[in-house]
Structure formats: structure tokens, C-alpha cells
Ligand binder design. Structure first.
Ligand code: PLP
Ligand code: LYS
Length: 419
């Protein structure tokens, strides 16, 4: 069930009319639905009912807002983090350290130390070099780091090139052909409790077959390692499940994903870890924006909105599609180029898009903006950082203040020697 629906001619987030949020907080603003987050968490968990032992660790990069993390933590989710900053957020949101998994190719020594000192549950090691460094830091502390080795299975996820992570030439994980040697070498190290494997082949996957292929390769590797006497007790299957960005688009459901996982992993006898991001948060948020003006020229009109590529980068970065709808739609439609105010032609959300007819001052939303939206924002063109709101039934709260150009300038200094 969609929690962003038109009631009495006005789009609501749950029971809150979006114009009320625009009035109180201004635009552009991200609006998240607590009920949707909770429903997605429940659906994903239930889809994995057949998996006896599991941890679902939300990929914090998708939406690191503290309130969002708090909602998901209350659903029993852990956190998949890729930086000390994300780890601090997960901890601050109340997620137990034991439920935190640290992924990422470039964890610095400072980050590894912070994570060891916080007692996080698992490090997903992405190279032999990282494993050696981490083990040494653990020895200094008189502890052993619980780790999984991230394997690059050389599988084409069939997604956008910039968000594919499991092909041999991608920077992530160790090549599957080298995994046995590296696992054996790292497992010997003092300070290293190498207890499993991890894989993540990419994001916004529209087909389960590449995931199934990757998990199958992991299964073969588990057998090989066990035959050599290694204990494999934890296997992290990453995230990646895609979501519909266009009305009517069909993607594999969490239930289909869960059935595939249960089938491929039958008999693995290990705790499975999942790192979903987009499938939990994507359709739990919209970016609410106001039309600045409609510029008519020789081509389709330009609908210039007050949101821009600095607030929602996905269209400019990946050519991504986000449905665009009026908050108070009439019966008329138009064909328009939907653009932001930034001084780049790439600040274009849609070209030649059929949408509700809009005039200056009207409110509209970009849908499916709850994942990889605010988290990828920048302050380009000194536009500041966009605000975020969480809706719960008929109430809402600002869960991230708008940070304007003034606040950003407060962190800057002009050295005296320039005077
Ligand atoms: C290691 C890792 N885990 C989980 C995710 C979450 O992916 P998604 O949002 O597609 O579920 C990502 C992002 O692709 C990732 O890099
Ligand atoms: N930022 C990407 C997803 C990257 C996933 C991170 N590994 C997107 O918006 O689609």
C-alpha cells in the first residue's frame, strides 16, 4: 500500500497533506513515511522467514537519517556501514554494535580502530592488505576481529555500470579465483577471527538471476573452504534488490528474492546477513518541491522547480527516472522538461516528460526518493542542504534541518594574511 496518495484532491504522506509540510518547513524537502519504512522492513523480514538464522543490516548509505535508522532499529534491523561516520550514526540511533557490519574498500586505520573500539559485529574485509592491517590493530588491543572476506564473484549484475560492484574489474572484494588463498592466509593471523564470506554485486537489480549466480559461486567456495577445515559460520549476501521507479514497473518482489535465497542457501548451515538499502527506503520517501516558474520557448516548456541536482543527484548522475507528480493535480497534462535552477544543463530531472499540468507556485513530488536522495545531496551553487521530514500518521517532525549557505559559511575562514 502506497502511503503517498491523493485524498480529496491533495497528495498526502500518510494523513498529512503535503502543502502543510511545505508551509511549515519550506521546499525543497524530503518527506519520509514511517508506516512505509515499517511495512517494507516487515515484508523483507517475512520474505526471509525460511532462513533460520539471520541479521538484516540496513545499508545506512541509502538513508542515514537518525530518525530513519531509529525506525528500522526498532524493527530489529542492524546496520551495514561504510565509514566511521555511518557507524557513529548507527550507534547514535541505538543500533547495538553487535548488529553493525562494516563494509567498504577504503577503511582507514582510524576507522578500523574506531570500529574495533566500538565492538562492532563484523568487518567485511575487501583485500588481503586490509585484513593484515586490521589483524595487527586487533592484536594491539588484545582482541580478535570478527571478519568475513568479501569476494568479487565476477558476475554482471545487469544494472547501471556506475552501481555495479561484482564484476572482475570493479574495485570491490577479492577476486573469487584468489579467495581460497587469501582466506587461508588471513585465517592464520593472530587478531583475526575469519568466520565467513560476503558478496554484494550491485544495486537496483531488476533480475534475480545474477544474484543467484553469485550466491551459487559463494556456495561452492564455502564447500571448498570447509573441506580445508575452515569454519564458515557467517555469510553476508549484501543488498541490491531493485525497486520500481516508474508506475507499473515490475521488479522481483522481496518474496521472490527470499524464495531464491532459501533455495540457493539450503544446507549452508551458517548465519546469513542481508544488507538491503533501496528496497527498504526508496519508496518510503518523496522529494517535495515547488515550481519556481514555467518557461515557455520553442521546445517543450521548462518546468523550473526549486529542487536541483544538488538535492537529488540520481537523474544527473545516472540518468535515473523519478516519477514526477503534482501535489494537487487537475485533469490537464503537459509535456515538459523538468529542470532545477543550477547552472548546469545536467541539472535536468526529465526531458520531454508527460506530467500533470503545472504553473508557477504549484507543489510537486519526485517519487522514490527515500533512498540515495538526501544522503547524496551537496551544497553546490551554495544552495545549502535540503531539509528532511518524517511523517507518522497525522503528525510530522523535521528530522534534518535545512542547512543554508550561512551555516556552511560559518565553517569557513578567511585567513588574516589575506587582509
Ligand atoms: C556493500 C553494500 N551493501 C549493501 C548495499 C545496499 O544496496 P541496495 O541499496 O541496492 O540494497 C550497497 C550498495 O550498493 C553496498 O555497496
Ligand atoms: N547511489 C546509487 C546506489 C549506489 C549503491 C551503493 N553501493 C543510486 O542512487 O542508485
Amino acid at each position: 500500500m502506497d502511503h503517498f496518495v491523493i485524498k480529496d484532491g491533495i497528495m498526502h504522506a500518510e494523513d498529512v497533506p503535503l502543502p502543510a509540510i511545505a508551509e511549515a518547513v519550506g521546499t525543497p524537502v524530503y518527506v519520509y513515511s514511517r508506516a512505509t519504512l515499517e511495512r517494507h522492513a516487515r515484508v523483507f523480514r517475512e520474505a526471509l522467514d525460511a532462513v533460520p538464522e539471520k541479521l538484516i543490516a540496513f545499508a545506512v548509505k541509502a538513508n542515514p537519517n537518525l530518525a530513519v535508522l531509529r525506525v528500522l532499529g526498532a524493527q530489529g534491523f542492524g546496520a551495514d556501514v561504510v565509514s566511521a561516520g555511518e557507524m557513529r550514526r548507527a550507534l547514535k540511533a541505538g543500533i547495538e554494535p553487535e548488529k553493525i557490519v562494516f563494509s567498504g574498500v577504503g577503511k582507514t586505520a582510524v576507522e578500523l580502530e574506531a570500529a574495533l573500539d566500538s565492538g562492532i559485529g563484523q568487518f567485511n574485509i575487501e583485500s588481503e592488505e586490509e585484513g593484515i592491517e586490521l589483524a595487527a590493530l586487533a592484536v594491539q588491543r588484545g582482541i580478535a576481529a570478527s571478519c568475513a572476506l568479501r569476494v568479487n564473484p565476477d558476475v554482471d549484475a545487469g544494472t547501471h555500470d556506475k552501481i555495479s560492484t561484482g564484476k572482475a574489474d570493479n574495485k570491490f572484494g577479492v577476486p573469487i579465483s584468489e579467495a581460497e588463498r587469501i582466506f587461508t592466509a588471513l585465517a592464520k593471523l593472530e587478531g583475526m577471527n575469519l568466520r565467513g564470506l560476503a558478496v554484494h554485486i550491485g544495486s537496483q537489480l531488476a533480475d534475480l538471476a545474477p544474484l543467484e549466480r553469485a550466491f551459487g559461486r559463494l556456495g561452492t567456495l564455502i564447500d571448498t573452504l570447509r573441506k580445508q577445515g575452515h569454519a564458515i559460520t557467517h555469510v553476508d549476501l549484501g543488498g541490491g534488490l531493485g525497486v520500481p521507479y516508474r508506475k507499473g514497473e515490475e521488479l522481483p518482489s522481496p518474496a521472490e528474492y527470499g524464495a531464491m535465497v532459501a533455495h540457493v542457501t539450503r544446507g549452508w548451515d551458517a548465519k546469513l546477513i542481508f544488507e538491503p538499502g533501496r528496497v527498504i527506503a526508496g519508496n518510503a520517501g518523496v522529494l517535495l518541491t515547488r515550481v519556481v516558474r514555467v518557461k515557455r520557448g520553442i521546445s517543450d516548456p521548462f518546468v523550473i522547480v526549486d529542487a536541483a541536482m544538488n538535492d537529488l543527484a540520481r537523474p544527473a548522475l545516472y540518468g535515473a527516472w523519478h516519477d514526477f507528480e503534482a501535489v494537487e493535480p487537475g485533469t490537464e497534462r503537459m509535456i515538459a522538461n523538468i529542470v532545477g535552477p543550477i547552472c548546469e544543463t545536467g541539472d535536468t530531472f526529465a526531458t520531454g516528460r508527460e506530467c500533470d499540468a503545472l504553473e508557477a507556485g504549484a507543489l510537486a513530488v519526485f517519487r522514490t526518493a527515500g533512498a540515495y536522495g538526501a544522503t547524496m545531496a551537496s551544497s553546490y551553487n551554495s544552495r545549502g542542504f535540503v531539509a528532511e521530514v518524517l511523517v507518522d500518521g497525522d503528525r510530522f517532525a523535521v528530522v534534518a534541518d535545512r542547512i543554508d549557505a550561512g551555516a556552511i559559511m560559518d565553517a569557513e575562514r578567511v585567513p588574516e594574511w589575506l587582509d
